[in-house]
Write a protein that binds this ligand. Structure first.
Ligand SMILES: [Mn+2]
Length: 237
């Protein structure tokens, strides 16, 4: 049986002008039974149309902050570095994919990209902008393979179907988060303070996005492994 081909959006080092991707992403996709292919950072809008047609599914990976102009805000003093090239490529690619109703998995920045493309907004810096009754290190002080906080998985969501647990333990390497959820998306996971940690699009074959990094957890965590498996299965259809 042919394996599904999954396109992964690339990381961008704006100083050295290199594109790259952490092996954890490709390893997780391979382990789920698919073939990961890193997409070109400088794909034109026209190329994005052809790329959308050419792959069975797409993983929007983690990375730097999206430019706040994309959701109509000024740059907050605590906003991080941006990659205008990556912003342009990803915001051109996602609508083309969605026209074709192909499966999408978003991880970390991927969730934020999906939310912004669909019309939502972001907290540019959680510590200075989001109320936290329980202090939580969303930039965890230890390695990604160790979970840092819990996520409450909402009932009647695809994420619940995948994880089969109302509470999961996740790692956390973000200082931005979804503020206003885009129209059409629903929340599927929240932290202890109610901060959005996962979202999905119900009226769509498969679009699931999480704020954490399951690519560092799947080897020891059944929920993270199930997430990649469900994505790869959706890409096989
Ligand atoms: Mn988090």
């Amino acid at each position: 049986m042919k394996k599904p081909l999954i396109g992964l959006t690339p990381s961008h080092n704006t100083d050295s002008r290199e594109q790259f991707l952490r092996l954890a992403y490709t390893a997780a996709v391979s382990a789920a039974g698919a073939i990961p292919v890193i997409l070109p950072l400088e794909a034109s809008r026209e190329d994005c149309r052809q790329l959308a047609e050419s792959f069975d599914g797409f993983l929007f990976t983690g990375g730097p902050d999206l430019h706040p102009f994309l959701y109509g805000e000024e740059t907050h003093p605590q906003c991080g570095d941006v990659s205008p090239e990556r912003d342009a490529m990803e915001t051109a690619l996602l609508p083309r994919i969605m026209e074709l109703k192909k499966p999408v998995l978003g991880i970390c920045r991927g969730l934020q990209t999906i939310n912004v493309v669909l019309g939502g907004t972001l907290y540019q810096d959680i510590p200075s902008q989001a109320a936290q009754a329980v202090p939580i290190a969303h930039r965890q002080p230890f390695h990604y393979v160790s979970p840092a906080h819990r996520v409450h998985v909402l009932p009647d969501t695809r994420l619940m179907e995948i994880c089969q647990a109302p509470v999961i333990r996740v790692n956390s390497m973000h200082h931005q988060a979804v503020k206003d959820l885009a129209p059409g998306l629903i929340v599927s996971g929240k932290d202890e303070n109610g901060l959005i940690e996962a979202a999905e699009l119900p009226d769509y074959p498969y679009l699931v996005a999480v704020q954490w990094h399951p690519e560092y957890l799947w080897q020891q965590d059944p929920a993270a492994a199930a997430l990649f498996r469900s994505f790869a299965d959706a890409c096989r259809c």
